[in-house]
Every structure is written in C-alpha cells, then in structure tokens.
Design a protein around this ligand. Sequence first.
Ligand code: GDP
Length: 180
Amino acid sequence: MGTDELYNFVFKVVLIGESGVGKSNLLSRFTKNEFNHESRTTIGVEFSTRTVQMENYTIKAQIWDTAGLERYRAITSAYYRGAVGALLVYDVSKHLTYESADRWLKELLDHADPHIVVMLVGNKTDLENLRTVPLVEAKDFAEKRGLMYMETSALDSTNVEHAFNEVLTAIHKKVASREV
Ligand code: GDP
C-alpha cells in the first residue's frame, strides 16, 4: 500500500456463480473499465481493488474473482473468509446458470458470515434477444430469499457501477449501524 492510499474500511466482496456468466468482466469493468471478449483461462483466486468515497469515509473495495476455480467446484473456504458482500452472478441468456443460484447461495451461506450482503446479478442484458430468464422471475426469486437484485451488462457497462455501489452502500450501512 502506498502512503498516499488512505482509507477507513476495506470491504471484501466475492463474485460467485457459474463459469462463463461474466464475473471476471464485471470485475474488470468496475475496477479498470475494461472488457475482454475472450474467456480467461487463468486458474487461481485473485482480486482487484477500487477505492470509493461514501459520505465521509473512503472505502477500499477488494473484489475477489474465482478465476476459473468455480468450474471445478474447487472454491475453498478461504475465498469466503472475511467477505462482507457477494455478487451471485448468472447469465440472463442461459437459464441453467440461473437455476444453479440456489446451490451457490447455499455454498455461500455455509462458508460466509450470516450477515453478508448478497446481490443476485443477471448479467449480459445486451443479449436481450437471447434472454431465457425473465426479469420478474429472478426479481421474485431474489425477494423471496432476501437478496438485492440487479441486471447488468459488463459488455456495454449497464448498471455495473450501480450494482457494485449498491452492494457497497448496503455493507457500509450495516457496518455503520453496528458501530452505534
Ligand atoms: P466468468 O467465467 O464468469 O468469469 O466469465 P467471463 O467474464 O470470463 O466471461 C465469459 C464470456 O462471456 C466471455 O467471452 C465474455 O466476453 C462474455 N461476457 C461477459 N460479460 C458479458 C456481457 O455483459 N455481455 C456479453 N454479451 N458477453 C459477456
């Protein structure tokens, strides 16, 4: 950490969901404003950070990506340790990736802090003509499980900032209320 990099909180946020739904691209869009058309082959957990300002606080968002391990169901408990937020991502054009959301949620709740902030994220809204998961269905699913919900496109940037910022704001509210 450089001496010029001062912050009040570090929030660890994990990305989970099936392989190919766009987790790495949501991460690179949010932290570097970059998008990669090729699927990555890197194996191993990694994270990127971005510093955001919230009220009087500077928050360092440390966003973790499974970096391919999810396809082997090889995510370890270290991945979830200390996480205060999670984006459970599916692809709006691939119904199977949505159907596995409950399994990911269970895995998350088995390993993470029960107070973790979770947002269900339907990515790839730019593929509207290929959509197989109706927005209302996913929204209803999220509401029933007490999750936040957002649809995004890492390709055209729709709602990417919004999704991460909503999660960070919700975490910040929880942290602030616990301080009182
Ligand atoms: P991950 O395996 O969940 O990390 O998914 P990636 O970020 O590697 O993306 C998988 C593939 O989907 C890549 O070919 C990306 O270019 C593509 N992709 C990711 N996000 C979007 C999106 O919002 N729209 C479209 N059309 N393609 C996307």
